[in-house]
Design a protein around this ligand. Structure first.
Ligand SMILES: *[C@@H]1O[C@H](CO)[C@@H](O)[C@H](O)[C@H]1NC(C)=O
Ligand SMILES: *[C@@H]1O[C@H](CO)[C@@H](O)[C@H](O)[C@H]1NC(C)=O
Ligand SMILES: *[C@@H]1O[C@H](CO)[C@@H](O)[C@H](O)[C@H]1NC(C)=O
Ligand SMILES: *[C@@H]1O[C@H](CO)[C@@H](O)[C@H](O)[C@H]1NC(C)=O
Length: 410
């Protein structure tokens, strides 16, 4: 009996704490959104506790560790199943000057920039990158739009899939896509701050009313920078679009050591396709396409290595902004996001923490089972990609675990 009462008291206390927590969080969020431009946080808010609080409401805001793990909205991004002369020939040099210190023309809603964030494999840091890019003022983010057509024939046909992607970029998508996206809250929460304000509402009625007031085509058309994150698209599909001078498309190809991605993918069980040959072939396809297209369109393609992003975040992100906007200085909101999620793991021993973040990209080395390591390292296509990244092929469990052997070759 006494135990029962104690339990009841405890339960009430927990309930009160939870209610208070959301109340405070609500106030913080309203405050932060009304500031404008702020994404997940704003100056003057208790940033660490805010990001921790978000866990119960939205998905968790990732930190460096999550980046390595490839956090995603629904915890599962997978299905249940330069050369200026050449640019002159393309007639683009005037539009996209390179190396002259001049900026790209600012993107406007009538002349928007399309940013395709393409990762060959899941678990490669693309979710983190989507959040980072969503700090760009007046941008929108389509998170994994190809998920919707994954089971349709369209995805088998590069022309059809490309048209589908372009329709999203140009806000000419069909109503079924709109309905799907607006119903998929985990994905939709990446879209923009207006959407997040609605999704944060606890009460279903207010949430739905809020969402119903939003017009997807209108929000899309108003955005000068339209970002899309895909892991199911291939660079080679976009060959023709790249040579269209009227389309301001920027492709960011995010790569990661396939052993890291596959080790992470394998934890999700057999429903995730994890055949090394299949997975690495897709990566090889993207790497080859990148090598072929990047010299032709230097201002339109950029490769970013996940390892580099972990080791030198400011530098790597600065390069991305230079690629997009011609200037590597970061917007305040972006800088704030980096400070919050990459530099500030609050722990007593600061040095230890920094060291830990910096080694996160190769944490898989100390976890990967021997069987998986050898399976990947005997697969010729995987070896090809590992060599191309100039990473070490370890061969044995002793060597992969031996931290004196560097992953990245000098
Ligand atoms: C709100 O909607 C969600 C999903 O549609 C449902 O699971 C939940 O029970 C609803 N909550 C209330 C209070 O109606
Ligand atoms: C880049 O932006 C910064 C801050 O807005 C500015 O001070 C700097 O002059 C810019 N650099 C170039 C090359 O335009
Ligand atoms: C986070 O909070 C700390 C102290 O609470 C503050 O010094 C720091 O500037 C904050 N960081 C951001 C990005 O707001
Ligand atoms: C780790 O690798 C280094 C360099 O190859 C070697 O000298 C050392 O003996 C290795 N350590 C172990 C425990 O195998």
């Amino acid at each position: 009996m006494a135990l029962k009462i104690k339990l009841l008291k405890l339960f009430t206390l927990v309930a009160v704490v939870i209610v208070l927590h959301y109340f405070v969080l609500g106030i913080i969020m309203i405050y932060s959104y009304s500031e404008g431009g702020g994404l997940w946080t704003t100056e003057g808010t208790p940033n660490q506790s805010l990001s921790a609080s978000l866990g119960g409401v939205r998905h968790r805001v990732p930190n460096t560790k999550d980046i390595a793990k490839g956090m995603t909205a629904e915890g599962n991004p997978e299905p249940a199943s330069g050369n200026n002369n050449e640019e002159n020939e393309e007639g683009e040099a005037r539009e996209y000057p390179e190396g002259g210190g001049r900026l790209s023309p600012p993107a406007t809603s009538s002349s928007p920039m399309f940013v395709l964030l393409l990762s060959s494999l899941a678990r490669g840091g693309s979710t983190f990158m989507s959040e980072l890019l969503s700090t760009i003022q007046r941008s929108i983010v389509y998170f994994e739009p190809l998920w919707y057509i994954e089971k349709m024939e369209c995805i088998q046909d590069p022309l059809c899939a490309t048209e589908y992607l372009l329709a999203a970029f140009t806000c000419t998508f069909k109503p079924d896509f709109e309905k799907w996206l607006m119903g998929r809250h985990g994905f939709f929460s990446y879209f923009n701050a207006d959407v997040r304000v609605c999704l944060m509402m606890k009460d279903n009625k207010s949430k739905n009313e809020c969402l119903n007031k939003l017009s997807l085509p209108e929000m899309c058309r108003a955005a000068p920078v339209r970002i899309m994150k895909v892991i199911r698209g291939r660079i080679s599909w976009l060959k023709d679009i790249l040579s269209d001078p009227k389309i301001n498309l920027k492709i960011i190809h995010l790569t990661r050591d396939p052993r890291g991605s596959l080790n992470s993918i394998s934890k999700f069980g057999p429903t995730w396709p994890h055949d090394p040959h299949e997975r690495c072939s897709v990566m090889k396809d993207d790497m080859d396409a990148y090598d072929k297209l990047s010299p032709k369109f230097p201002s339109k393609l950029l490769q970013v290595h996940f390892e580099d992003l972990c080791l030198h975040p400011e530098n790597a992100i600065g390069n991305i902004f230079k690629f997009l906007f011609g200037n590597s200085s970061l917007p305040t909101a972006t800088q704030r996001y980096i400070n919050l999620h990459m530099n500030t793991e609050v722990k007593p021993n600061a040095m230890g923490t920094i060291k830990k973040s910096k080694s996160e990209f190769e944490a898989w080395r100390y976890k990967i089972p021997e069987r998986l390591l050898s399976k990947v390292e005997v697969e010729p296509v995987c070896l090809y990609t590992i060599h191309r990244m100039r990473h070490t092929v370890f061969g044995t469990l002793e060597r992969v675990r031996n931290s004196s052997i560097p992953l990245i070759l000098p």
